[in-house]
Write a new protein. Structure first.
Length: 494
């Protein structure tokens, strides 16, 4: 009997008993659960500090808010574990911390409103923190619904034109409604009906991002065609400027008819960044920047409310008790907070108008100081970076543009909000994502989070193992078989 033939060159010999099975890929869901527990502890401790500073006693509101917060994010974690097991483990915990901080600050401002009402013998207002819990619950329902329904985020590209049309209609509805159904503080950005109100621009930005991500992938050649070269930079051809001109006209229309500088700036800047990511052409940034400057100049010359915003930004204390009161109080609040802040419940953030919505960043700066405000901005920065990391890791171009667009729209919105309340840029009226009081913002941002988590799940999931197909019979090697010694020869006697 001959010795067994050696393995072919380059092959790794199998050990006795075969190879051990590969360990299952790590989903990092336990890390997410641990971080969510830490977020719950931070929120609960902050609520205790507010109660101790304001009322010197522990009330039922602490348990009510804390248990509701814990239950909501436990359900969200279970949904992520079931429907997006490989998603980034940092996205949901960061949102939990931001949402919890917003709940604490709104509760703290509720106590200040109740104290002022009691001092002036007014009716005690209902707490907005309870309403915020309700909006968070609805946002969580939408978040889980998106995770369940959106099995593959790439299906959004099939309906991109429909979603873009819906977003455009939602953006323009407040402009055509009568002022009593749409206008608040001079901006026509609401749809107000009896017992119901919504800010459609919050949802329109997500729908338009989906639309532009699909269009930029499908029409990439249109945007990457070389044009004229000016000062060492290739500018796009004039015939290819149609899409960005259309976006510019829409944003100018929002500014003109709805008096909403923030939304128009947010949408145009997001589309411009997505266009640059899709083409890697600096020329588009130059054209977009020129259109942005032209639009601002046109708006400043034609509309009085824009001139008022700019004048208030440049000289807020010239008309302090009128147009400059908001930004003036905001600057005083930030100065009062200083480096370390006054502490939860020890400041006077209720002296700033719209402290729960547009100026909640000022509330953070006053009670937590520069250190606390920087920590919050770092949390946002980590969230945005993880979103961009998802865009880099995902395998398809649509997912890359969609994840990058969703991440950059949060970054631009945060810059506009913080820049406005710190007098870096003119005020725009946008709210801080996940922190400010309001239903439309929470619902839209939780939908954005769900889409980003689905993309992250696809990016981090292991590639499916393809079974090796058997070689065709024509490629099989010829084998030499030994004749069995016990078998009789053909034709021999038995």
């Amino acid at each position: 009997m001959s010795a067994p033939s050696p393995p072919p060159a380059g092959a790794f010999p199998s050990p006795p008993g075969g190879f051990a099975p590969a360990p299952p890929p790590s989903t990092r869901r336990n890390v997410e659960l641990l971080l969510l527990a830490a977020a719950a502890v931070i929120t609960t401790v902050a609520l205790f500090l507010v109660e101790a500073s304001q009322e010197q006693s522990i009330t039922w509101d602490i348990a009510k808010y804390g248990l509701a917060y814990l239950a909501l994010f436990a359900i969200a974690h279970a949904a992520v574990r079931r429907f997006a097991p490989f998603a980034d483990p940092l996205l949901l915990p960061i949102v939990a911390v931001l949402n919890g901080l917003g709940l604490v600050l709104i509760h703290r401002l509720d106590l200040a409103d109740q104290e002022e009402a009691a001092y002036n013998s007014w009716a005690i207002p209902s707490p907005d923190a309870t309403q915020q819990i309700l909006w968070t619950s609805l946002g969580m329902i939408g978040f889980i619904a998106v995770l369940i329904i959106l099995r593959d985020y790439r299906t959004l590209a099939r309906y991109s034109y429909t979603l873009g049309l819906i977003g455009l209609v939602a953006l323009t509805i407040p402009a055509i409604l009568p002022n009593r159904f749409s206008e608040t503080n001079g901006a026509k950005i609401w749809i107000r009906l009896p017992g119901f109100s919504v800010q459609p621009g919050e949802f329109a930005k997500i729908l338009l991002i989906i639309f532009f991500a699909s269009v930029l992938v499908a029409k990439r050649e249109l945007f990457t065609t070389a044009g004229r070269r000016v000062l060492g930079t290739e500018l796009p051809r004039g015939r290819d400027l149609g899409p960005i001109l259309a976006v510019w006209v829409v944003c100018i229309g929002v500014l003109v008819f709805e008096k909403d500088l923030g939304t128009s700036l947010l949408i145009f800047s997001t589309v411009l960044v997505m266009l640059y990511i899709a083409t890697e052409r600096v020329g588009w940034l130059i054209i977009g920047g020129a259109l942005l400057a032209l639009g601002f100049f046109f708006a400043y010359q034609m509309f009085g409310h824009v001139r008022v915003r700019v004048s208030t930004w440049l000289h807020p204390f010239d008309d302090y008790y009128n147009t400059g009161y908001q930004i003036g109080q905001s600057l005083f609040g930030l100065a009062t907070g200083g480096l370390a802040g006054t502490g939860f419940g020890n400041g006077r953030p209720d002296q700033v108008p719209f402290a729960k919505t547009d100026f909640i960043v000022t509330t953070i700066g006053e009670e937590l100081g520069l250190i606390g405000l920087t920590a919050v901005l770092v949390l946002f920065l980590v969230f945005i970076v993880r979103g961009l990391r998802t865009a880099l890791a995902v395998r398809d171009s649509f997912g890359k543009l969609l994840a990058a667009g969703l991440s950059f729209t949060l970054a631009i919105q945060l810059f506009v909000v913080v820049g406005g309340v710190t007098k870096l840029i003119p005020l725009t009226g946008l709210t801080t994502p996940f922190i400010s009081y309001g239903g439309s913002s929470l619902l839209a941002n939780y939908a954005l989070l769900a889409v980003l988590i689905k993309i992250s799940d696809a990016a981090r999931a292991p590639a499916p193992v393809r079974k090796k197909e058997p070689a065709p019979i024509s490629d099989a090697q010829t084998e030499l078989l030994r004749r069995d010694a016990t078998r009789p020869e053909a034709g021999s006697a038995t």
